[in-house]
Design a protein around this ligand. Structure first.
Ligand SMILES: [Ca+2]
Ligand SMILES: [Ca+2]
Ligand SMILES: [Ca+2]
Ligand SMILES: [Ca+2]
Length: 271
């Protein structure tokens, strides 16, 4: 019995250590605490270890599926998850106060797809001055998203394989669950290979309880951002999930089961 107890506590310790990461971010719109540098090198976008990220620093006019050059470039997105908090950061060439009229398309909202099944359940509201939806940094259980200008692959010039529904732009309808801590930087230069290009940075954190309130059960998820035209979008898939009590018990049962063997006297041996 003693060995069994020891085994359970060591597994518990391992399970919690695997997900407990003490990284904290100062939510100020400055991504130096993520490891993003300002050296004028392509490697500036590479963050610290333990942060999940996608980098697509583009410079020319075509951004796939649309055009717009640096002013519509969704450059890099970052995510970090610990036992209590999800933190997200974005680098973009898109001015957060870009108007949303007259052929100009404003900032979209952050969208999270639990289970990566194409349905985005959670939204974090970005609210430029033109935006009439919701509250600043509101976290919503979303029932309706606006979509961009592009049809499914092939139509309206969208590339083959492009699926319109996979790029939610702004929240149209949803229930407010709480708020994220959000900061958005002013214009910055000197980042990445094209050092004179202007960048803006979004930085935010939110309690995992808000994800749970929207139905998250610990499964992996995607985080997506684009402008209201969806001319360029970016997505990150943080693979780490925090074990819920139920999955932890299953994990323990599985591990213990594997380690129990029958001795010659028919009694179990805990190895
Ligand atoms: Ca920061
Ligand atoms: Ca760029
Ligand atoms: Ca989903
Ligand atoms: Ca919005």
């Amino acid at each position: 019995m003693k060995m069994r107890k020891l085994l359970i506590s060591s597994i518990l310790l391992t399970a919690f250590n695997a997900t407990a990461d003490a990284a904290t971010f100062n939510i100020d719109g400055n991504l130096s605490d993520w490891g993003v540098s300002q050296n004028g090198n392509a490697t500036d976008w590479t963050p610290n270890a333990g942060i999940y990220y996608t980098v697509e620093d583009q410079h020319s006019s075509y951004l796939s599926p649309g055009y717009g050059g640096q002013g519509y470039d969704a450059e890099a997105i970052y995510a970090h998850q610990d036992n209590n908090t999800l933190s997200i950061a974005l680098a973009t060439g898109h001015n957060p106060e870009t108007p949303n009229s007259g052929g100009s398309y404003g900032a979209g909202d952050f969208a999270i797809d639990f289970g990566k099944d194409g349905t985005y359940e959670l939204g974090i509201n970005i609210k430029p001055s033109w935006d009439s939806f919701g509250i600043v940094a509101g976290v919503y259980s979303v029932t309706e998203w606006a979509l961009g200008l592009w049809g499914n692959g092939g139509s309206y010039g969208a590339p083959t394989g492009y699926i319109r529904d996979e790029h939610p732009t702004s929240i149209v309808q949803g229930d407010l669950l709480g708020t994220a801590n959000l900061a958005i930087s002013g214009p910055q230069t000197g980042f990445g290979a094209w050092g004179s290009d202007v960048h803006y940075f979004y930085e935010m954190s939110l309690s995992l309880d808000l994800l749970r309130d929207a139905g998250w059960q610990g499964e992996s998820f995607n985080i997506h951002w684009t402008e209201n035209c969806a001319n360029d979008s970016i997505i990150v898939d943080p693979p780490a999930t925090v074990p819920t009590p139920a999955t932890l018990i299953l994990l323990l049962a599985g591990l213990i089961g594997l380690r129990v063997t029958k001795g010659s006297n028919g009694k179990p041996i805990f190895a």
